[in-house]
Design a protein around this ligand. Structure first.
Ligand code: FEO
Length: 162
């Protein structure tokens, strides 16, 4: 495995941890907005992101490369309302998908079959992540500002299991 590849995998690991931190920021804002179910959903998502980061951590160790967790910035520009948060979540997941694809294309160029296979899991996971993010936006659009609809969505999101 090249140094460049190790660097890219380390960067992705840090990005996954940063994603968790961003979603914690979303959860905090949603608690402030009195939407505890949606806040719970993003808390669970934050934990999932930590697991994504750990997959990369363990993969690097398996290949005898040292994982180097980078700085995780404080979540910034958290939107003021739920709709803005939902949009930001989808934009973020698209950014993560593009990042994973970038590493995969690099692995293909390097004939690094192991890493290509390792990244396939993330490619499938990103399909799900983007679908979940779009699902929240769609549900909010269906509620169309109706308080009862929003409460129902909040309750449903509160049932997410870790
Ligand atoms: Fe780990 Fe939400 O991508």
């Amino acid at each position: 495995m090249t140094e460049e590849m190790i660097g890219r995998l380390n960067e992705q690991m840090t990005l996954e941890f940063s994603s968790g931190y961003l979603y914690l920021g979303f959860a905090a804002r949603l608690e402030s907005l009195a939407l505890p179910g949606a806040a719970h959903w993003y808390r669970v998502q934050a934990e999932e992101e930590l697991r994504h980061g750990m997959r990369l951590f363990e993969y690097l160790i398996r290949l005898s490369a040292e994982p180097m967790p980078g700085p995780v910035p404080a979540p910034r520009d958290i939107p003021e309302d739920f709709a803005g948060i939902a949009d930001a979540g989808l934009r973020h997941e698209r950014f993560i998908t593009a990042s994973i694809e970038g590493i995969l294309f690099y692995a293909i160029g390097e004939n690094d079959l192991q890493t290509q296979q390792f990244l396939q899991w993330f490619i499938g996971e990103q399909v799900e992540e983007e679908a979940n993010a779009r699902g929240i936006i769609d549900a909010l659009n269906r509620a169309d500002g109706c308080k009862a609809g929003l409460m129902l969505l909040d309750e449903k999101m509160g049932g997410r299991e870790g």
